[in-house]
Design a protein around this ligand. Structure first.
Ligand code: BF8
Ligand code: SF4
Length: 625
């Protein structure tokens, strides 16, 4: 029995990798340990050539960098860099979708169309665009141009901030952290980080909040909105998850990364009769698409494409021996997939010029030739079917049923068009509150243990859990996201789930779709006439690893949602920074970060925070031990 993952499929392949000497993320983690203590504490700086510098955490060695930067400056500056990288990744993804949307409105793309006209018009109205008596293309063109301005310096304030409660907007204005332009905040971050610019740790932390807000209410929200408009708004559906979604007798193609632009045309290409015919000639019964990470979530949410695994499964799925191609776009793709694939027949195909992988076959994606390129890629996979290595086929588990597709609109529809039934269930205490379990896997913690342990405790205690990203796959795989899982819920939550025919854990989407959670909590707060920070809502990222996860956590906090992290961020070299993030922010944005590596303690902390918020709202209260 392996101690690295809670799942049978992962354990199976980890054991084989150890026996056969196939290197994985766990071996490499071990080879890196012990990690550099200065870096773990956030106390190292290599921003300029007078350094690199480090601050002695115990006070014996150097206490200032060569330039004179203090431990507080260095820690805050490093954190700002982490958040900016995450915000930039989400927002640049948003820009790629926006460019595709804009070019589609100009009829310059192949394989795309405006699928959700209602959502297009609704968004256009939010941007002050006249939608009456105009064709969809005109509206989309004007909207596309306006959205491009959100990235630059022309705007003084991001438009979609208007979705948040007035009280929240006043807090941002008072603190001078209203995000102005998406790119602008990221560029300003890099400017501030340069030697001799922003050296005030609090000022740096405030800009971290502003930059993260430009992600959540800007880049990510635009990515979500436009993806829904182009690819369809998610509706509840049933699909399946784990290694068992691979099919021995079909061509298997895994779509890995984050951006649905490419994967959407791959789905269309995989339905091409000509390619299916070639697959059959090669001896396959058909073409089977599966998802990994957030590209997988995008496809699962909208098209029900099954999910083969999350972040820590990406190397292991190749070991099934039946993966004919892994098509990658960008973000969270370990360069090592190329090395693992060398031991099997799997082709790794990279597709975005900004994300090339040494040793992978690169097919440059071009949205004006979307379908043509999609077909070219699928053909490569189909032709690779005959190269499977006999004796290496290994699919060690059966798929688990998993529901997905819970966009804000579909939740509203389920509730009969109004949030009232959900708000009432919270008020009378059938549902104590809402927790968002989000973010990644990290080999420093047993794969999916944090996500699933916390979720189990929360649903047992009548807390509705909303999930995104790799957290969603974790919970789906263990069986918390189908109707059978209602049996794990507490009495009140169970009643609500049974009447609405929903599981106690709802899949809200990919990581950029955490913006849906901002929209949902804003709508609930507006319904109650309170701020987001008054709601019994908590976020948690028990297994996070990426810069994007830090940006998400930060925009949750800046928007008024307490966040509990399972992995300590690199901030513990500065007591002042720790104090602000875990306590001082309460006075500033009415929410804070907590770090709690024990999933058991984290679950109780989340419950306590939810019950405390209930008490302040004058609702029924349960004592949490
Ligand atoms: O954007 S949860 S490991 S795949 S960063 Fe990456 Fe983390 Fe997964 Fe999705 Ni999000
Ligand atoms: Fe050292 Fe200052 Fe340069 Fe950082 S910016 S490397 S602390 S001299």
């Amino acid at each position: 029995m392996n101690e690295k993952s809670i799942h049978k499929d992962a354990e199976h392949f980890i054991s084989i990798s150890e026996k056969e000497g196939i290197e994985t993320v766990w071996n490499r983690l071990k080879s890196q340990e012990p990690h550099c203590g200065y870096c773990e504490l956030g106390l190292s700086c290599r921003n300029c050539a007078m350094g690199p510098c480090r601050i002695d955490p115990f006070g014996d060695g150097p206490q200032k960098g060569v330039c004179g930067a203090s431990r507080d400056t260095i820690v805050a500056r490093n954190l700002l860099l982490t958040i900016s990288a995450g915000a930039a990744a989400h927002s640049d993804h948003g820009r790629d979708i926006l460019e595709t949307f804009y070019e589609t409105s100009n009829e310059k793309t192949s394989g795309y169309m405006i699928k959700d006209v209602e959502k297009l018009k609704k968004l256009a109205i939010e941007f002050g665009i006249n939608v009456n008596d105009r064709n969809d293309g005109d509206i989309a063109r004007e909207l596309g141009a306006k959205l491009m301005e959100e990235f630059g310096t022309k705007q003084k304030r991001l438009t979609l901030l208007d979705r948040s409660p007035k009280k929240r907007q006043e807090i941002w204005e008072r603190l001078n952290i209203v995000p102005r332009g998406i790119d602008r905040e990221n560029v300003e971050s890099l400017h501030r980080i340069h030697m001799g610019v922003d050296n005030d740790y609090l000022n740096l932390l405030l800009h971290s909040l502003r930059t993260s807000l430009s992600d959540g209410w800007g880049g990510s929200m635009i990515a979500t909105e436009l993806s829904d408009i182009l690819f369809g708004r998610p509706e509840p559906l049933v699909s399946s998850v784990n290694i068992g979604v691979l099919k021995e007798n079909e061509v298997n193609i895994a779509l890995h990364g984050h951006n649905p632009i490419l994967s959407d045309v791959i789905v269309q290409a995989a339905e091409d009769p000509e390619l299916i015919k070639i697959a059959k000639e090669k001896g396959a019964k058909g073409i089977n698409l599966v998802g990994i990470c957030c590209t997988g979530n995008e496809l699962l949410m909208r098209k029900g494409v099954p999910m083969v695994g999350n972040h820590l499964m990406q190397e292991l799925v190749i070991m099934s021996g039946v993966l004919d191609a892994m098509i990658v776009d960008y973000q969270c793709i370990m360069p090592s997939v190329v090395d693992v694939a060398k031991c099997f027949h799997t082709k790794i195909i990279s597709t975005f010029d900004k994300a090339k992988f040494e040793g992978a076959e690169h097919i440059s994606f071009d949205k004006s030739r979307g379908i043509e390129i999609g077909k070219k890629i699928v053909r490569l996979a189909v032709e690779n079917f005959e190269n499977r290595i006999p004796g290496k086929v290994d699919i060690p588990d059966k798929p688990v049923e998993m529901m997905a597709g819970f966009s804000v609109e579909s939740i509203l529809e389920l509730l009969g068009g109004s949030l009232d039934p959900l708000v009432d269930a919270i008020k009378i205490g059938k549902i104590r509150g809402v927790a968002a379990d989000v973010g990644c896997n990290n080999p420093k913690i047993k794969h999916d243990y944090g996500h699933t342990y916390i979720t189990k405790c929360l649903i047992e205690n009548d807390i509705l859990v909303l999930v995104t990203g790799c957290a969603a796959v974790a919970n789906g795989k263990i069986g918390y996201m189908n109707m059978d899982a209602v049996k794990y819920a507490g009495k009140g939550l169970k009643e609500v789930c049974e009447s609405l025919k929903i599981p106690p854990v709802l899949h809200v989407g990919s990581c950029v779709d955490n913006s849906r959670l901002l929209v949902l909590v804003s709508a609930i707060a507006n319904n109650l006439g309170v701020d987001i920070s008054d709601l019994p809502v908590v976020g948690t990222a028990p297994e996070w690893y990426s810069q994007k996860a830090v940006s998400i956590a930060t925009y949750f906090v800046a928007s008024g949602v307490d966040v509990v992290l399972g992995i300590p961020p690199a901030i513990f070299g500065s007591q002042k920074v720790v104090d602000v993030l875990t306590n001082g922010l309460k006075d500033l944005v009415k929410a804070t970060f907590s770090v709690e590596p024990s999933p058991d303690k984290a679950a109780r902390l989340i419950q306590k925070k939810i019950e405390d918020k209930r008490m302040l709202l004058g609702l029924s209260y349960r004592e949490i031990g």
